[in-house]
Design a binder for this molecule. Structure first.
Ligand code: CU
Length: 282
């Protein structure tokens, strides 16, 4: 009965998930077992690389399993009462040295290509600066009148399901970004080490005080993308989510005009205090 209800909820999740995917792309789904839907070129490359590795790793595991079964059946005491006495075989030793090297070369080529692809983009169309704090994120848009704001998790008792808010993932101030735009991301922190991670966009980069790490993103489709801090940073490490709303370029331009009034004049005092305290520590 329990199994049946589990099976039923799995079926319902599978049927219901496409409808959900229209708006929320980067959220976990119940009973989800695979990677989140890739929504950027980086995430697509990561997914493809993951699939390649899965084929390689599965073939190796299967091969070793078959070999073990063969050895157990063919060389047990009953089937092979008189064991051979030799201990070396040049040919087989060459094979089991060369074949793993070839497999590693097959893996390292796409791996290095991917590493450099995620590193940076030439001629980014805009920049987003991200700062990790204990325990919230700060965002700055240097190309858009220095719009800047802080972004805190929406507490459980304020979650508004009518607004499609998700527990532990929705934030009070949402990062709005345009789709089909090469965006440079500059990531740092102002207290301890954090990490800015968004699975659906293929981003995971350390936010380190005193250092500016850089990566980039190009979001493929409009939607809500969630991420979390991925470096243990203190007691509220799990309560500093990232929420990005990807919109069309026109909608983004309209948002910047609105956001200018809403955010520009306001450079929150606690942020100044934090940065000041950090500088004094140096
Ligand atoms: Cu953190």
């Amino acid at each position: 009965m329990r199994f049946f209800s589990l099976f039923l909820s799995l079926v319902i999740t599978i049927i219901a998930s496409p409808a959900l995917a229209d708006t929320i792309v980067g959220a976990p789904v119940e009973w989800g077992t695979n990677l989140q839907d890739a929504a950027s070129p980086t995430a697509e490359h990561i997914r493809d690389f993951h699939n390649l590795l899965l084929w390689i790793i599965s073939s190796i595991t299967l091969f070793v399993l078959l070999l073990l079964i063969y050895v157990v059946l063919r060389f047990n005491k009953k089937a092979n009462p008189k064991p051979a006495k030799f201990s070396h075989n040049i040919l087989i030793e060459v094979i089991w040295t060369v074949v793993p090297i070839v497999i590693l070369i097959i893996i390292v080529i796409p791996s290095m290509k991917l590493l450099y692809f995620t590193d940076r983009t030439e001629n980014p169309e805009m920049t987003l600066k991200i700062t990790g704090y204990q325990w919230y994120w700060g965002y700055e848009y240097p190309d858009h009148d220095d719009i800047n704001f802080l972004s805190y998790m929406v507490p459980d008792d304020e979650i508004d399901t009518a607004k499609n808010q998700t527990r532990l993932l929705s934030t009070d101030n949402v990062v709005v970004l345009p789709i089909d735009t090469n965006i440079a991301l500059q990531v740092t922190a102002a207290d301890v080490i954090h990490a800015f991670a968004l699975p659906a966009l293929g981003i995971k980069i350390d936010a380190i005080p005193g250092r500016l790490n850089e990566t980039w993103v190009r979001i493929n489709k409009p939607g809500i993308y969630y991420g979390q801090c991925s470096e243990l940073c203190g007691k509220d490490h799990s309560y500093m989510p990232i929420e990005i709303r990807a919109v069309t370029k026109e909608e983004f331009e309209a948002w910047t005009i609105k956001a200018k009034d809403e955010f520009t004049s306001l450079w929150p005092q606690d942020k100044i205090n934090l940065e000041f305290a950090y500088l004094q520590d140096q």
